[in-house]
Write a protein that binds this ligand. Structure first.
Ligand code: AHG
Ligand code: MN
Ligand code: MN
Length: 333
């Protein structure tokens, strides 16, 4: 199907019974939101969107102007889709119910509107991450309705605003990558059936936190850095963009492992990355592409969430290497 538009792809998925009409509408509106966010990101200083918003989100993090703008765009675009019952995001403390004037749908939409905020002002790739759950109840959805394990996701994906804008998504049948054709405003399927190579010699971790990591992660990274003469007998390369979207995109493109492990600085909060709108959607994409995703101790997609903004340690990427990291954790016990 390479070369077809996102709309045509979703239409074929609907015909094949893999998405229903509402999910198709929802994904079309998510795509529209990412085009609008991407346009703001691309205009940068010209649009006056760089810098601090002067506010904090629920996590106590300083919000950038683009965090707030991207959140508003996502809300506005999705609210009227007719496919959403409620939304939740990194930038909103509580669940956002769809206004009573809007048509209500069967899905719950979670998102990280702007991932990689520290890279906005330095013109490095940022992105948007989203996760779609089914709403089983009726009436106004509550926080508890969002607390579904990652395996229950009906769709997940991200947009990356890089040299080109891409939308990478799964509806539970493999992973598809679309590139935005700016002339037409349409996403075109350029990377069908993305797979992650099972082995790798590339890893991604913020090494400045080394002294705060747990022993098995310190041990693992030490062995990688020892290279050819160390226990792994091979040289490993390292990359760290500090935008999860960009790091995961590289792994989906050529393999690798990404770690944001537990460390002493983030232990009280449970980890650094958020389970529902960062770890879960990325883990589903990676598993759907043949990779693996774990906390180091258990598969991320099996975790029963306890809170909307819950955080979690993340290890994901090439399958064999993730399994190796899990082994380091087992052996430390
Ligand atoms: P966000 O910008 O949505 O808060 O997410 C930032 C995350 C993630 O994208 C990235 O991998 C990580 O934070 C970078 O953390 P460090 O700055 O600690 O390296
Ligand atoms: Mn993020
Ligand atoms: Mn964010």
């Amino acid at each position: 199907m390479a070369g077809v538009s996102l709309s045509r792809f979703l239409s074929a998925e609907q015909q094949a019974g893999r998405v229903d009409a509402q999910l198709r509408l929802l994904l079309e509106s998510v795509a529209r939101a990412t085009v609008a966010i991407g346009a703001q990101v691309a205009r940068g200083a010209l649009a006056g969107v760089l810098g601090e918003a002067g506010s904090q989100n629920v996590q106590g993090e300083a919000q950038k102007k683009l965090d707030v703008i991207a959140n508003d765009i996502f809300l506005q675009t999705s609210e009227w889709s007719g496919a959403v019952a409620a939304m939740a995001s990194e930038e909103m403390e509580t669940v956002h119910p769809v206004a009573s004037a809007c048509p209500h749908g069967d899905y719950l939409l979670l998102f990280d509107p702007l991932d990689g905020s520290s890279n906005i002002d330095v013109n490095v790739s940022v992105g948007t991450i989203f996760s779609v759950l089914k709403y089983a109840g009726n009436g106004q959805p509550q926080e508890a309705d969002f607390l579904q394990p990652g395996r229950a996701q009906r769709a997940a994906g991200y947009a990356i605003y890089g040299p080109s804008t891409m939308l990478v998504l799964t509806v539970g049948h493999g992973v598809q990558g679309f590139t935005l054709a700016r002339e037409t405003g349409e996403f075109v399927l350029t990377h069908p059936d993305i797979t992650v190579p099972p082995t790798t010699r590339e890893f991604a971790i913020n090494a400045s936190n080394e002294r705060f990591w747990e022993a098995p992660v310190q041990h693992y990274v030490r062995d990688l850095r020892a290279g050819k003469t160390g226990p792994r007998g091979e040289d490993f390369n390292m990359r760290w963009v500090a935008s999860m979207v960009a790091d995961v995109h590289r792994i989906l493109s050529r393999g690798g492992v990404f770690l944001y492990p537990m460390d002493e600085k983030c232990r009280a909060r449970g980890g650094k990355l958020r389970l529902l709108y960062e770890a879960n959607p990325m883990s589903l994409l990676i598993e759907q592409a043949g990779g693996a995703a774990s906390t180091g101790r258990e598969p991320i997609l099996d975790i029963q969430p306890q809170r909307l903004h819950q955080r979690i340690p993340v290890v994901l990427g090439s399958r064999d290497e993730v399994h190796t990291i899990v082994r380091y954790h087992e052996e430390a016990n």
